[in-house]
Design a protein around this ligand. Structure first.
Ligand code: NAD
Length: 254
């Protein structure tokens, strides 16, 4: 069975649906208990538990509830996340910086630490962490978010090396801009201009949550049995492009 944090919406919800499609039981752990339970009621997941991944006691309680219900765990997707405020650095507040790091980086650490014993007891497993293009290149004003995502990519590698011989694979996915509420919010608040974004993206569009879910499912599956410590870009070519000007201009016309 699989656990998806932040599974009540966006990429996490698409991932829960992908596991269900593969016949895998799935639990979602989300800070929004009402929305998470609604997902179970509508058939997107088997079990919902309220959890703030940044809080140690909340993570421990969620994993205890999961253990009691299923008694085993085969895959964990550390997906829960929040955006950051896009303020100029000189206006950024320490509390907000800390909160972003806590949800993403501390949350991924806590959830991994608490679930690994259960996966070891289950005979092994797979962790997939959600990084971002923001952890690969510099996105101005997004200090905390970029630092958290870069930290997640690095922690992915260190945990992968630590647990490889014990049957737990640890990988990360680094999405580009994906069509979820998080990105809609950025657009509505004026932080992302879609036409500029599309011209910067070789594939010229947003990714769909299901396209990220597909890769997460692959990394959790036996098809990825020799893959560990990888940070896989799923970004329509965004991180590959380093030329000046629009990515479209650099393409060979038909
Ligand atoms: N959407 C993108 O373009 C994009 C790009 C790169 C990476 N990501 C990453 O993908 C992940 C999912 O993003 P999304 O776009 O689907 O976001 P979303 O806002 O659509 O969904 C996030 C979910 O996480 C939950 N959540 C928030 N804080 C939490 C906490 N402290 N504990 C538990 N649950 C919490 C929310 O309730 C929500 O259900 C995040 O880690 C995000 O940083 C998203």
């Amino acid at each position: 069975m699989a656990l998806v944090t932040g599974g009540a919406d966006g990429v996490g919800l698409a991932t829960a649906l992908r596991f269900r499609k593969a016949g895998i039981a799935v639990a979602i752990a989300d800070i929004d208990q009402g929305k998470a339970q609604a997902r179970v009621d509508e058939g997107a997941a088997d079990f919902a538990v309220r959890c703030d991944v940044s809080e140690e006691a909340s993570v421990k309680a969620a994993i205890a509830a999961l253990d009691e219900r299923f008694g085993r765990l085969d895959a964990v997707v550390n997906n829960a996340g929040v955006g950051s405020a896009h303020k100029p650095t000189l206006e950024q507040e320490a509390a907000e910086f800390t909160r972003v790091l806590e949800v993403h980086l501390r949350g991924t650490f806590l959830m991994s630490r608490e679930t690994i014993p259960l996966m070891l007891r289950s005979g092994g497993g797979a962790i997939v962490n959600i990084s971002s293009i923001a952890g690969v290149v510099g996105l101005p004003r997004r200090n905390a978010y970029g630092a958290a995502k870069a930290g997640i990519s690095q922690m992915t590698k260190s945990m992968a090396c630590e647990f490889a011989s014990r049957g737990i694979r640890v990988n990360a996915v680094a999405p580009g801009f994906i069509a979820t509420a998080l990105v809609t919010r950025l657009r509505d608040e004026g932080f992302v201009d879609f036409s500029r974004l599309f011209s910067r993206t070789p594939m010229g569009r947003l990714g769909e949550p299901a396209e990220i879910a597909e890769v997460i499912h692959f990394l959790c599956s036996p098809a990825a049995s020799f893959v560990t410590g990888a940070v896989l870009s799923v970004d329509g070519g965004w991180s590959a492009f380093g030329d000046a000007g629009p990515a479209y201009d650099a393409q060979t016309p038909e």
